[in-house]
Write a protein that binds this ligand. Structure first.
Ligand SMILES: [Mg+2]
Length: 252
């Protein structure tokens, strides 16, 4: 296990200079990093795959049908209102009394949705190079996660998938969901690290005392206070920096 402390570490590939721990998130030091949590969509595969864009198209169409709106109006309303919620489904349930969550999942995540994803041996090697236990923490339903992980060829590398049903349809960034997942993992927040492509989810995790890394593939979020990486390929060097820190401390 790795001991994280207040020592200054500058990951060579990080976009953020200075203390790694100053940008990973607040905690009481020292602590042992015991688990890595990964978001799924646009985190384990690139945004350029386009699957997430197809999901957004289906969500906008569903919202337009459900609320009897034009497509552009539905898209704009969804974009605006979901800022206050974890997901579009959560918004529909909270503000429009929507209760047909299974219909929503079936429409948004149809069979074959994963067709654009390619098997990724490089991702597999990368994940295998990081020996810490790994889980998926996603706001999508399990059937979607299963399809994506199976297509990528990495499902067996994760000890568990925490999906939106596990969290009673109210997942990231809510503290209750984060605490539920961490309790099931058997760790405290300071012992965990989440990698996610959405700032609001990283923020929620950090506010719970966990450590967050923002996967910012296209440099969209330079104003965010989190450690940002362009690619998951940068993670091992960050972990190595943590290991080096532990090694240095053991000399004292
Ligand atoms: Mg994502």
């Amino acid at each position: 296990m790795f001991l994280l402390c207040c020592a200054v570490i500058s990951p060579t590939t990080s976009q953020v200079s200075g203390s790694l721990f100053a940008v990973l998130g607040p905690c009481d030091y020292p602590f042992m990093l015991r688990i890595l949590l990964f978001d799924l969509d646009n985190t384990l595969y690139s945004d350029t795959v386009g699957m997430d864009r197809d999901i957004v198209v289906r969500m906008n169409s569903f919202v337009a049908r459900t609320l009897d709106l034009g497509l552009s109006e539905a898209a704009e309303m969804r974009r605006e209102r979901t800022r206050r919620y974890g997901t579009t489904l959560e918004w529909l349930m909270a503000e429009h009394g929507f209760t047909e969550s299974e219909s929503w999942f079936a429409a948004i995540h149809p069979e074959g949705e994963e067709s654009a994803i390619q098997r990724d041996p490089g991702l597999r090697r990368l994940l295998e190079s990081m020996p810490l236990p790994k889980v998926i923490f996603t706001n999508s339903p399990m059937e979607h996660a299963d399809r994506v992980l199976d297509k990528l060829g990495v499902g067996d590398l994760f000890d568990r998938v925490y999906d939106i049903r596990f969290n009673g349809l109210k997942g990231k960034p809510h503290g209750e969901a984060i605490r539920r997942v961490l309790a099931d993992c058997g760790v405290v927040a300071a012992e965990s690290l989440l990698v996610d492509d959405l700032p609001k989810y990283v923020r929620g995790f950090v506010e719970e005392g966990g450590h967050g890394i923002l996967l910012d593939e296209f440099d969209r979020y330079g104003d965010q206070p989190f450690l940002r990486i362009h690619s998951l390929a940068e993670l091992p060097s960050i972990i190595a920096g943590i290991e080096a820190s532990e090694s240095q401390l053991s000399l004292f």
